[in-house]
Design a protein around this ligand. Structure first.
Ligand code: MV4
Length: 502
């Protein structure tokens, strides 16, 4: 195992990696921008080094500067976390060329999966099902129309260099093709500096299901099963779970074997994720591979009992995976809520400020992976995700109740957060039944994000809460909430529920 690792990231994922280092007896080095000088990851790491000004381009994206710091401070390896430099082929290569270990896949595997058309070609060669469409970029609208005629409308135009929905255009009929192709090219050129676009048949009403894979340097590649990530808004996931209600044991085996084939074909090593669309008939299609640790990795950790970050480090340091596919026995159900500093009542507008108070949920089956504390400044330089609340329980029903309970315990003051919105999702009949697909959240957004009550209503409710609290001190009562059957938390919560405010 390494003696010292540099963590090229910030926030909750930097802390997550520091924890893994500590449990493995590895010294950690944090890097930080001027905006993060007093951030928790800086304090918790064994050493810390300033790498520049607040904008990411002047700090967390300065690969050469980060590698130089790692060498100077005697790190043997660099963990990139997610985002920032994690999927930059050049960075993985530069780390290796500097005589250090990149804790992630080989640069060649990042490159092989980086281009979506190249990934589709590779998948087809490995007998991995992809959505019907082209594997080569389109030349012009006439060619696009000919392909669309073959597969039938609607079709999706996608950026070859893309991922995460950028440069994507839905085309309903041939008359829209020319303008949509122009638009997709322009968007792709702007976002990725590459205007190559290809076409796929549009799959209606699918789920987003992904498979976590883990491979070592000795030919072992395992599927750690699926995560269900359909609850997302504008390609930002908000709630993830494992397993998926839509995945039968047969689908799980087939999808897992498919993901292992795709990853192996790319020469993949370390932790990675294959994204699939799962349609209503149980057919699945490979979309792309994410060549990094993902935000939602904890739900897989909780159901498999495998510490993914520790295994990333063990694999990178040359250890063999000691388990076989039969040893992967998922237990129970895990759900994650990404707690973001956004105002759901206001179109998820990013919210900034100083965190003035945090009460962290705890108790059975609750995990809190956070990058914030009281006094943290939340600005606009970085991602709005403040923390992840993750729960584990024996069944999906119990996990939903547990998440509901944990969200009730959570208080963050100083910025608006996604918490109330996620509380409403936990109470929603569709979510509870599991009948969700990728469009569900955006269709239901209005009913899940009604506006904040007027200040006068909140003021009156606060007075009532104080009166109830006084009464309860004299004669304690434990009412139950009809929606969940769970005891409610405090006088304020009960009044907020009555008033439908929260
Ligand atoms: C699709 C699709 C339907 N049909 N491809 C969005 C981001 C990128 N990873 C692929 N995406 C999609 N590709 C075909 N042929 C629908 C989506 C899609 C989506 C996928 C996963 C999660 C959320 C999504 C939201 C909208 C559209």
């Amino acid at each position: 195992m390494f003696r010292k690792v540099l963590i090229a990231n910030r926030g909750e994922i930097a802390l997550r990696i520091i924890r893994a280092c500590r449990e493995l007896g590895v010294a950690s080095i944090a890097v930080y921008s001027d905006a993060d000088a007093r951030a928790p990851h800086v304090r918790e790491a064994d050493e810390a080094v300033n790498i520049g000004a607040p904008p990411s381009a002047e700090s967390y994206l300065r690969g050469e500067r980060i590698i130089e710091a790692a060498r100077r401070l005697g790190a043997e390896a660099i963990h990139p976390g997610y985002g920032f430099l994690s999927e930059r082929e050049w960075f993985a290569r530069a780390v290796r060329d500097a005589g250090l270990v990149f804790i992630g896949p080989p640069a060649e595997a990042i490159a092989a999966m980086g281009s979506k058309t190249a990934a589709r070609t590779l998948a087809v060669a490995a007998n991995v099902p992809v959505v019907p469409g082209t594997t080569e970029p389109l030349n012009d609208a006439a060619e696009a129309r000919a392909v669309a005629d073959r597969f039938g409308y609607p079709v999706l135009l996608k950026a070859a260099a893309g991922g995460g929905g950028k440069g994507m255009r839905l085309v309903r009929d041939a008359s829209e093709m020319e303008s949509s192709l122009d638009a997709a090219r322009r968007e792709s050129k702007n976002a990725f500096g590459d205007d190559a676009v290809y076409v796929e048949k549009y799959i209606v009403g699918p789920r987003h299901v992904e498979i976590q894979v883990l491979g070592d340097n000795y030919g072992t590649m395992l599927s750690l099963n699926e995560r269900e990530c359909s609850v997302q808004r504008r390609h930002q996931k908000m709630i993830e779970e494992a397993p998926s209600v839509a995945v039968t044991p047969e689908i799980r085996r087939a999808m897992g074997e498919t993901a292992v084939r795709a990853a192996s074909a790319a020469g993949y090593v370390n932790a990675g994720t294959c994204e699939f669309l799962l349609d209503r008939d149980g057919k699945f299609y490979f979309l792309e591979m994410n060549t990094r640790l993902q935000v939602e990795h904890p739900v897989t950790e909780l159901v498999t009992g495998i510490d993914l970050v520790q295994w990333q480090m063990r694999i990178a340091s040359g250890e063999r995976l000691p388990f076989k596919q039969e040893d992967i026995v998922p237990r129970g159900w895990a759900i994650e809520c990404r707690i973001t500093s956004e105002d759901p009542a206001n179109g998820f507008l990013p919210s900034t400020g100083t965190i003035s108070y945090v009460h962290v949920p705890a108790g059975p089956g609750v995990r809190w992976d956070s990058g914030i504390e009281i006094g943290s400044e939340v600005g606009l330089y970085y991602d709005p995700m403040l923390a992840k609340l993750i729960v584990h329980a024996p069944t999906r029903e119990a996990a939903v109740e547990r998440m509901h309970r944990a969200l009730l315990e959570l208080t963050i003051e100083g910025v608006d957060t996604s918490r109330d919105f996620q509380l409403r999702v936990m109470e929603d009949a569709d979510f509870r039944s599991g009948a969700i697909e990728i469009q569900w959240l955006e269709r239901r957004l209005d009913s899940l994000t009604h506006a904040k009550p007027p200040a006068e209503v909140t003021r009156k409710a606060a007075i009532v809460a104080a009166l109830i609290a006084d009464r309860d001190r004299l004669a304690p009562a434990r009412p139950t909430s009809p929606s969940s059957g769970a005891p409610t938390q405090d006088a304020w919560t009960r009044v907020a529920r009555l008033e439908n405010l929260r």
